[in-house]
Design a protein around this ligand. Structure first.
Ligand SMILES: O=C(O)[C@H]1O[C@H](OP(=O)(O)OP(=O)(O)OC[C@H]2O[C@@H](n3ccc(=O)[nH]c3=O)[C@H](O)[C@@H]2O)[C@H](O)[C@@H](O)[C@@H]1O
Length: 415
C-alpha cells in the first residue's frame, strides 16, 4: 500500500512545478503531496457517503411534494381576467370555511383572515400551502392593508353563548371591525358583502320576516351586542355606499347548520346532535314552542356567492323557510340519531325570539336562489360529522359538553 502510494506520489512529483517545491527537498515535497492525496481520497469517500445518505431523503421529499400537490381538492382554472382576489374575514369559522372551499374550488385567490376566537385552523387546513390560498391570523378590530377585489365580511362570534361571553368584543368586532373592512373596501375599490343576520329582526312581530321589516330588538338585552352590532354594521355599509360610493351587499342570514360547527358552539343543532349521540337529555329551553327554520350550509354558501356577484345592493334574506318548533326539532334529531335520549325542559332564554321564518321571495326573484338541501338530508350529514368528531375527541381524551346559553356572572375578558 505504502509503496503504491509512494510510487504514485513520485509520478505526481515529477510533474510538480519546481517553483512550488523550492526551497523544500524532493522528499519533503512528496510527503506534502502524499498527505494531500490521502486527504482528497478521504474527502471523496465522505462526499460519496453523504450522497448515499442524501439520495433516499431527496426521494422522500419528491414523494412528499407529490402527495402534497395531490391532497388539494380539485380547483378550476380561471383566466387572469376572471380570477378574483377575495378576502374572507372569519374564513376559518363554520360558514367562512365552507365559503372558502367554494371560492377556492371555483379558481379564485382566497385570503382568509381569522383571530381564531371561534374559528379553527382545522377547518381550512386542507388548503394550506396551495398557491391560491393564504391564511392570516388577524383580528379585524385592527386595520388590514391588502389588495383585494371582493370582501366577504363574516368575522364575528355567531352563537348566543359565544357572543354573550364577551359582549364588548362582539360589539367591537361588528362595529370597529366592519369600519375597518369598509375602509379597506374604499381604499382598494373592492366590493364588500356583510354577513348580517335574521337577528336584526329581533323577536319579530311580522311573520314571516320580509326585508322591509324594521325589527323588534331590545337594545339593552343580553343579545343586543350581536343584534345591535349587526344593525349598526348594516348602517355603516349604507353610509359608505352613499358617501364614498363603496359597493355593498348585505345578506341577512337565517339559522344555518352543518359540518364544522364547533362542538362547543352552543346553538340548538349542535347541542341536540351532541346530546343525542352521547345518550344525554336534549335540553329544550322554555316550552319548545318557539320556532326556527334551518338551512343547510351549502345552500347558504351558494346564496352568498350569488348575492356578491349580483347587482342587488339592498339587504336580502338567505334562509330555508321550512319552519319547525324547537320541540319538533328535538324529536326529529332523536329519531335520526336513533338513541333513547330523553327531552329535558330548562328555563327559557332571555329575549329568545318566539318565531322566525324567512320570506325569501326577494332572493328567488333577484338572485334566482332558493335552498335545495332537504332538512333530513342536511341533518344526517351533520350527525355523521359530529359522530366522527366525537371519535376524534375521544381519541384525544377530550369529551366536549354542549355549552348552555347562560350569561357568565362577573367580569368577562375584554380585548
Ligand atoms: O341563524 C340565525 O338567524 C341567528 O340565530 C342564532 O340565534 P338562535 O336562533 O337563538 O339560535 P340557537 O341558539 O340555535 O337557538 C335556537 C332556538 O333553540 C333554543 N335552544 C337552543 C339550544 C339548546 O340547547 N336548546 C334550545 O332549546 C333556543 O332557545 C332558541 O329558541 C344566533 O343568534 C345567530 O348566530 C344567528 O344569526
Amino acid at each position: 500500500m505504502v509503496c503504491t502510494g509512494v510510487l504514485h506520489v513520485a509520478v505526481v512529483c515529477s510533474e510538480v512545478d519546481l517553483a512550488v517545491t523550492e526551497p523544500f527537498s524532493l522528499s519533503q515535497s512528496c510527503s506534502v503531496l502524499l498527505n494531500r492525496s490521502i486527504q482528497e481520497n478521504r474527502e471523496l469517500r465522505i462526499e460519496s457517503r453523504i450522497e448515499e445518505i442524501i439520495e433516499p431523503l431527496r426521494e422522500k421529499i419528491r414523494d412528499l411534494e407529490k402527495s402534497f400537490t395531490q391532497k388539494y381538492p380539485p380547483v378550476k382554472f380561471l383566466s387572469e381576467k376572471d380570477r378574483k382576489r377575495i378576502l374572507v374575514t372569519g374564513g376559518a369559522g363554520f360558514v367562512g370555511s365552507h365559503l372558502t372551499d367554494k371560492l377556492m374550488m371555483d379558481g379564485h385567490e382566497v385570503t382568509v383572515v381569522d383571530n381564531f376566537f371561534t374559528g379553527r385552523k382545522r377547518n381550512v387546513e386542507h388548503w394550506i400551502g396551495h398557491e391560491n390560498f393564504e391564511l392570516i391570523n388577524h383580528d379585524v378590530v385592527e386595520p388590514l392593508y391588502i389588495e383585494v377585489d371582493q370582501i366577504y365580511h363574516l368575522a364575528s362570534p355567531a352563537s348566543p353563548p359565544n357572543y354573550m361571553y364577551n359582549p364588548i368584543k362582539t360589539l367591537k368586532t361588528n362595529t370597529i371591525g366592519t369600519l375597518n373592512m369598509l375602509g379597506l373596501a374604499k381604499r382598494v375599490g373592492a366590493r364588500l358583502l356583510l354577513a348580517s343576520t335574521s337577528e336584526v329582526y329581533g323577536d319579530p312581530e311580522v311573520h314571516p320576516q320580509t326585508e322591509d321589516y324594521w325589527g323588534h330588538v331590545n337594545p339593552i338585552g343580553p343579545r343586543a351586542c350581536y343584534d345591535e352590532g349587526k344593525r349598526v354594521a348594516e348602517t355603516m355599509c349604507y353610509a359608505y355606499m352613499k358617501q364614498e360610493g363603496v359597493e355593498v351587499r348585505v345578506a341577512r342570514i337565517f339559522n344555518t347548520f352543518g359540518p364544522r360547527m364547533h362542538m362547543n358552539d352552543g346553538r340548538v343543532v349542535s347541542n341536540f346532535i351532541l346530546q343525542a349521540l352521547q345518550g344525554e337529555p336534549l335540553t329544550v329551553y322554555g316550552s319548545g314552542s318557539q320556532t326556527r327554520a334551518f338551512q343547510y350550509v351549502s345552500d347558504l354558501v351558494n346564496g352568498l356567492v350569488a348575492l356578491m356577484n349580483s347587482n342587488v345592493s339592498s339587504p336580502v334574506n338567505l334562509g330555508n323557510p321550512e319552519e319547525h318548533t324547537i320541540l319538533e326539532f328535538a324529536q326529529l334529531i332523536k329519531n335520526l340519531v336513533g338513541d333513547g335520549s330523553e327531552i329535558q325542559f330548562l328555563s327559557e332564554a332571555q329575549d329568545d325570539p318566539q318565531k322566525r321564518k324567512p320570506d325569501i321571495k326577494k332572493a328567488k326573484l333577484m338572485l334566482g336562489w332558493e335552498p335545495v338541501v332537504p332538512l333530513e338530508e342536511g341533518l344526517n350529514k351533520a350527525i355523521h360529522y359530529f359522530r366522527k368528531e366525537l371519535e376524534y375527541q375521544a381519541n384525544n381524551q377530550y369529551i366536549p359538553k354542549p355549552k348552555p346559553a347562560r350569561i357568565k356572572k362577573g367580569r368577562t375578558r375584554h380585548n
